[in-house]
Design a protein around this ligand. Structure first.
Ligand code: IPD
Ligand code: CA
Ligand code: CA
Length: 266
């Protein structure tokens, strides 16, 4: 196993235990925007992870959600870049809803190499390494075999500008609601991706996610046999603002709907 995979798994578990202990009991909740929260637990979990990576790989770049400033693209071509979301699903966390994760993705020269997503409430550790498959608590993962959208269970999320762009996001929700068997919105994008990898969901779409939300799940879906792309089918990378992940069989059908929505101006 790559040293990076081992480290990501270890740090995700350690940060996860801080989160599970504090679920629903955050003392200081601040608002980064009108609907975007951060707590002292996000900061403590991030500090633990960043320190662990810095000790083991001092030359690597770390891009973590609760750092100040949003870096631009150049890190994608660098060797050794870590993307860290200390609590993915902070709104769930604050409300005591046990559906949150620690997400750590390691990318080298634009290529995802190692990933760990840990759900401390269900003690589920999703791991992947480039070319070696994806695993949940040691069991190999594979995407679902669903071949038609009308049998598919899909998941999505609503970005932080949802109040401003409610009609656009609901147009997509409405169209997929009519095409799929059913839809969910669970509030933790990294787990949405892992659940596609595990065959629990057949597909996922969302806008305006950040690289720390998707870098780990991107690899986990691919290593489980699924596909990840932009809404127009172009190859995915974690700086893209739109993501579609499916079991592969449904990708063309979902892309057709996304193209139709884009032509309609949504
Ligand atoms: C959020 C979650 C949510 C998604 C949002 C993300 P955060 O991350 O992943 O599912 O819909 O777009 O920002 O803020 O809880 O780390
Ligand atoms: Ca997140
Ligand atoms: Ca977060």
């Amino acid at each position: 196993m790559l040293l990076q995979s081992r480290l990501a798994a270890d740090l995700a578990r350690r940060a996860g235990s801080l989160i599970a202990d504090a679920l629903g009991q955050a003392r200081s909740v601040s608002f980064k925007s009108e609907v975007d929260l951060v707590t002292e637990v996000d900061l403590a979990a991030q500090a633990l992870i960043v320190e662990g990576i810095g000790d083991a790989f001092p030359g690597d770049r770390i891009i973590a959600e609760e750092d100040d400033g949003r870096p631009d693209e150049p890190e994608l071509q660098e060797r050794g870049c870590w993307y860290v979301d200390p609590i993915d699903g902070t709104t769930n966390f604050v409300h005591g809803l046990p559906h949150v994760a620690v997400s750590i993705g390691y990318v080298e020269a634009g290529r995802p190499r190692a990933a760990a997503v840990y759900d401390p409430c269900k003690d589920e550790l999703f791991l992947a390494q480039d070319g070696s498959g994806a695993f949940l608590n040691g069991r190999r993962l594979g995407v679902s075999t669903t071949r038609t959208l009308d049998r598919a269970l899909l998941v999505t999320g609503f970005p932080y500008d949802r109040r401003q762009r409610v009609d656009a996001y609901l147009a997509y929700f409405r169209r997929f609601m009519c095409a799929a068997q059913d839809l969910r919105r669970l509030g933790c994008a990294s787990l949405d991706l892992c659940y596609v990898a595990a065959g629990r969901f057949d597909g996922f779409w969302e806008w305006k996610l950040q690289p720390w939300d998707t870098a780990a799940g991107w690899l986990i879906v691919q290593e489980a046999g699924g596909l990840v792309s932009d809404f127009d089918g172009a190859a995915y990378h974690p700086r893209l603002p739109r993501i579609l992940a499916t079991n592969g069989h449904l990708h063309a059908q979902a892309l057709e709907i996304l193209a139709e929505l884009s032509r309609a101006g949504s």
